[in-house]
Design a protein around this ligand. Structure first.
Ligand code: GRG
Length: 297
């Protein structure tokens, strides 16, 4: 039932995205490169999380989250394109397909990423369904989550950790920003748009923080335990790139344990909310299934 619910949110999101990207007045080659990365099999976890958090509060709220969900997926997509570039992870495959720079060349990949990053803020600024006050808060929070206080800061720290030894707390701090910040924004945006109360916001934000850490541990573990077919990218590359990872630091067994603890903590926040608000949070609980070892889509 909840899986079905998540699928409905994903379809609604995909439909909205398709409408928007089809009508852009953008140079054709740039549109093709942007659409290639936007439309080639992303799981849509962040937008689905945002829309689902709204839907749990009230189905009527979902439409108010669509443009912000698009902005979030645009920023996530830009981050993947740039992360794959030769100057960063130098990956040839993403989602089982050639990466953007392999397909379109490095310059176009950089520019497609630049456009996705910039256009994200346009979507929120031009959302006719939201008040000016809410839009400014969303733009502020998204800028903080993605820029030099958030994802980019995490990416820099991750890069620097390739040549330094980091401890467990430092690793968590890196991934709270690199991977966690966009998941936190997904939930925070829902709390802002849905004007949720303080207690609900507190529990949901804690859920997002645990989810973000768990997502990174899962990602690291799949690089060690998964196959190219499961992950859609080359595996075993973290060790080759001297990345600081959870299995690298803790060993595989303990990394799995920490992953399970994070999933349990995320789950506990939603169970607490169910009791507090007498609402059904099971669609968000179902999102945690993505964090089972072997789960890829
Ligand atoms: C280049 C500024 C800049 C930042 C890059 C997020 C990131 C920062 C790099 C990606 C590295 C990575 C593989 C992180 C692990 C978590 C993660 C973001 C995985 C990919 O996200 P999914 O699984 O991707 O949601 P899909 O393909 O479903 O969209």
């Amino acid at each position: 039932m909840s899986q079905q619910f998540l699928a409905t949110m994903r379809e609604l999101f995909n439909h909205t995205l398709e409408q928007q990207t089809r009508h852009q007045l953008t140079p054709p080659n740039l549109t093709v490169a942007m659409r290639y990365s936007l439309q080639n099999g992303g799981k849509r976890l962040r937008p689905v999380m945002l829309l689902t958090a709204l839907a749990v509060q009230s189905q009527d709220l979902v439409k108010y989250g669509l443009k912000t969900a698009m902005a979030l997926e645009y920023i996530h997509t830009y981050s993947l394109i740039h992360d794959d570039l030769p100057a960063m992870d130098n990956d040839d495959l993403r989602r089982g397909q050639p990466t953007s720079h392999k397909k379109f060349g490095e310059a176009m990949a950089i520019l497609a990423g630049d456009s996705l990053l910039t256009d994200a803020f346009y979507f929120i600024a031009n959302d006719d369904l939201l008040s000016a006050e809410i839009k400014v808060r969303l733009i502020d929070r998204l800028a903080q989550a993605s820029g030099s206080w958030g994802m980019v800061a995490g990416q820099v720290a991750d890069m620097e950790a390739e040549t330094q030894l980091v401890d467990y707390e430092q690793l968590r701090a890196i991934h709270a920003r690199k991977t966690g910040a966009l998941f936190s924004f997904a939930i925070e945006a829902a709390t802002i748009i849905g004007q949720m109360d303080q207690q609900t916001t507190k529990h949901l934000m804690a859920f997002a923080r645990h989810f973000g850490q768990a997502y990174q541990i899962h990602n690291d573990l799949m690089d060690v335990l998964g196959t190219k077919e499961q992950t859609g990218k080359m595996v075993g590359v973290d060790a080759t790139h001297h990345k600081s990872t959870y299995p690298g630091l803790l060993g595989t067994e303990q990394a799995i344990q920490v992953l399970q603890q994070e999933v349990q903590s995320a789950n506990a926040e939603l169970v607490a909310l169910q009791q507090l608000n007498q609402q059904d949070y099971s669609p968000l609980i179902t999102l945690l299934q993505y964090l089972e070892i072997g789960a890829t889509s």
